[in-house]
Design a protein around this ligand. Structure first.
Ligand code: DGL
Length: 227
């Protein structure tokens, strides 16, 4: 069984991407709605929650755990090896994908406040020029049901306002650095194209691809894939 961790909808969005690639994979979702949102939590709270969630899935028999939630995975990523309850390799398929699609070397990232505070994306993308924008409101929008093809005019206007700080970024590529955000990928794409941003990279999609890519690697029982 493969375990997947997220704070809510982002886990379902990632699981859907995994299902597109592998319909039969034995998947257990741990959606920690009780402690959501993760994006407003402190580093120590997130470390504690993530460690407990990983242990829980391993105790249920997971052979591998995917920390789909970018907020949890960036905190885990930054943690010194000795402080981790479970040792993990650091994989960053979303950053690698963004590096390969950008033509001008400038990447914009939208993520939760905790992820932006961690500085993880800028480090992963260095030496590319990165503009990070904290958009916790977008998590709330998705949790309240907004989706591509299912969004009110007021919600769309709100989304436009939230994304407007990206207008001067000069980026041609946008990372959806929170697994909730791909729920509105089409809408986001339409808005940011006015700012010259041509490509979007979804953390949910890249995490799913990385999981499937590394499934055949049996060396790491309990290994955790970070996105
Ligand atoms: N989906 C999570 C992420 O990828 C965060 C959502 C939340 O704030 O709970 O960062």
């Amino acid at each position: 069984m493969i375990g997947l961790i997220d704070s809510g909808e982002g886990g379902i969005i990632t699981a859907r991407e995994i299902r597109r690639l592998n319909e039969t994979l034995d998947l257990t979702l741990l959606l920690d709605r009780r402690n959501a949102p993760y994006g407003t939590k402190s580093e120590s709270e997130l470390t504690e929650l993530t460690g407990n969630n990983i242990e829980r899935l391993l105790s249920l028999g997971a052979s591998r755990v995917l920390i789909a939630c970018c907020t949890a995975s960036t905190v885990w990523n930054n943690l010194p090896e000795g402080q981790k309850k479970v040792s993990v390799p650091i994989l960053s398929p979303t950053a690698r994908r963004a590096e390969s699609v950008t033509k001008n070397g400038r990447i914009a990232v939208i993520a939760t406040a905790a992820t932006v505070r961690s500085g993880a994306w800028s480090r992963l993308l260095f030496p590319l020029r990165t503009t990070e924008l904290a958009l916790g409101e977008l998590v709330t929008l998705v949790e309240s049901g907004a989706r591509d093809g299912k969004i009110t005019d007021t919600e769309r206007k709100n989304l436009e306002k939230l994304l407007s700080p990206l207008s001067g970024s000069g980026a041609d590529t946008l990372i959806l650095g929170c697994t909730h955000f791909p729920a509105l990928e089409r809408e986001i794409k339409e808005i940011v194209k006015k700012y010259g941003i041509r490509y979007t990279v979804s953390s949910a999609r890249e995490g799913a691809r990385e999981l499937i890519r590394t499934l055949t690697d049996t060396s790491g029982h309990g290994r955790t894939v970070l996105i």
